[in-house]
Design a protein around this ligand. Structure first.
Ligand code: UDX
Length: 432
């Protein structure tokens, strides 16, 4: 089939490349001409393991093309995916749908035959209705259908999550569109993906509710970890014990720093904002947002305790600063709270990240990037493991550290306390 992906961010680029790898003809469109020119040269602007190879392969076999000419791409394609950004509004709550509605207007003036218009971006309940209104101003309703098909991929695992999804959610009442989309996704369905056909609004809400629930699960285990630290219990035992209950499940029960990323913070606030609009109080999700926002302060208090409240001039190392491993994404990373706070207290901070220097710390006093783990921990008083990169799991501190041994604060529980203590290092972690 001929597909048009509008927007070449994580969702649009990954799904566009993966759809082309399934044998479809895909045009990825972006208004950012520089980005399109880079993509044509095989330069992928996002850090996503395996994406570059897949993009180059399908670009070479001409199934995948890049363009900034939206009108012509829409005219050529049968299925149009809206994959533009829906960031949190400046008011800090609801989703900003400016890009979505601008694209809907563009589509509206380019319909030359029956089109299926799909929102793959995460959009609030009733957005599909709004898009339908915009397009039907200029087009007969028989000439198009608006469908919700949310994406559930995780950064760093995006290709795997697209290729082996637990479920494909299709929100439409239009039988013709359903048939076409079931056919489009048949290669994934044949590999075991569940195909769920539901109403458009239900599909829109499933996405927000799923992310809000995952954020709740993480916040739940993070708060249990706080109790474990007070009662000498290993939170990992609790995660295992809980996870063996199939109703709970073992995934997303790893305690750590505050959750971050481009989705959980944005989507939890957006679903609360939608509910407020309908005079419905999502008190559980509100408490999750509040708890997560406070989590960095809890971990910082722990740091001050470890350093016996003497932070000024202390040398602190951060291993990893992105919001999680296997991504270069800094959005809502807890390091963006912790590092400036420690700098304000007079600490001298060095950081290493496998994805390199971060402009976010450019203006923060006494924060510098080191290009190797060894250089980063040299002379340090405290080493903080902020992300769970594999690069950090094999670090042998005993060999790396000559002279004064730093304290280690493992915020991702990637090390064994026994082993690190045996090497002569004081060791702290989360919920253990
Ligand atoms: C998330 C959803 O998982 C994905 O389905 C949706 O499409 C987009 O949002 P992403 O934000 O890329 O994906 O990352 P994810 O792996 O979910 O992690 C989100 C945050 O939760 C990170 O800060 C991560 O460190 C944290 N996390 C995750 C935990 O602290 N513990 C866990 O067990 C899992």
């Amino acid at each position: 089939m001929k597909l048009c992906m509008i927007g070449t961010g994580y969702v649009g680029l990954v799904s566009g490349v993966c759809f082309s790898d399934l044998g479809n003809d895909v045009i990825c469109v972006d208004k950012n001409i520089e980005k399109i020119n880079l993509l044509k040269k095989g330069i992928i602007p996002i850090y996503e393991p395996g994406l570059s190879e897949l993009a180059v392969k399908n670009y070479k076999n001409k199934r995948l093309t890049f363009s900034s000419d939206l009108k012509s791409a829409i005219k050529k394609c049968d299925i149009i995916f809206i994959c533009v950004g829906t960031p949190t509004k400046k008011n800090g709550a609801s989703a900003d749908l400016t890009q979505v509605f601008n694209v809907a207007k563009e589509i509206s003036s380019s319909i030359n035959k029956f089109k299926i218009i799909i929102t793959k971006s995460t959009v609030p309940v009733t957005t599909g209705d709004e898009i339908e209104k915009i397009i039907s101003k200029k087009n007969n309703k028989k000439k198009f259908s608006v469908v919700s098909n949310p994406e559930f991929l995780r950064e760093g695992e995006a290709i795997r999550d697209f290729t082996f999804p637990d479920r494909i959610v299709i929100g439409t009442d239009d039988k013709r569109s359903n048939k076409i989309l079931r056919n489009l996704y048949s290669p994934l369905i044949s590999k075991g993906a569940q195909y769920l056909s539901t109403s458009r609004r239900a599909a829109e809400l499933i996405k927000y509710a799923s992310n809000a629930f995952l954020a709740t699960k993480i916040t739940f285990i993070n708060e249990v970890a706080n109790l474990c630290e007070k009662t000498g219990i290993n939170v990992e035992d609790i995660s295992i014990g809980m996870g063996l209950d199939k109703r709970i499940g073992s995934r997303f029960l790893r305690a750590g720093p505050a959750y971050g990323g481009s989705c959980f913070p944005k989507d939890t606030k957006a679903i609360i904002s939608t509910a407020d609009k309908y005079k419905t109080n999502l008190s559980v999700i509100k408490s999750v947002v509040k708890s997560n926002e406070n989590r960095s302060n809890i971990l910082l208090k722990r740091v001050f305790g470890i350093l016996k409240k003497k932070v000024k001039n202390k040398k602190i190392t951060f291993l990893g600063v992105t919001f999680k491993a296997n991504t270069d994404d800094m959005r809502d990373s807890s390091s963006l709270i912790m590092i400036p706070e420690l700098s304000k207290k007079g600490a001298i901070i060095k950081y290493f990240d496998p994805t390199g220097y971060k402009k976010e710390f450019k203006k923060i006093k006494n924060v510098s990037y080191e290009s190797s783990i060894k250089k980063c921990i040299e002379g340090s008083d405290l080493v903080i493991i902020h992300t769970e990169w594999n690069d950090f799991k094999s670090v042998n501190f005993k060999n790396l550290v000559k002279g004064k041994k730093p304290i280690i604060y493992d915020m991702r529980n990637i090390y064994s306390k026994t082993k690190i203590n045996a090497q002569g290092f004081k060791y702290f972690s989360i919920g253990r």
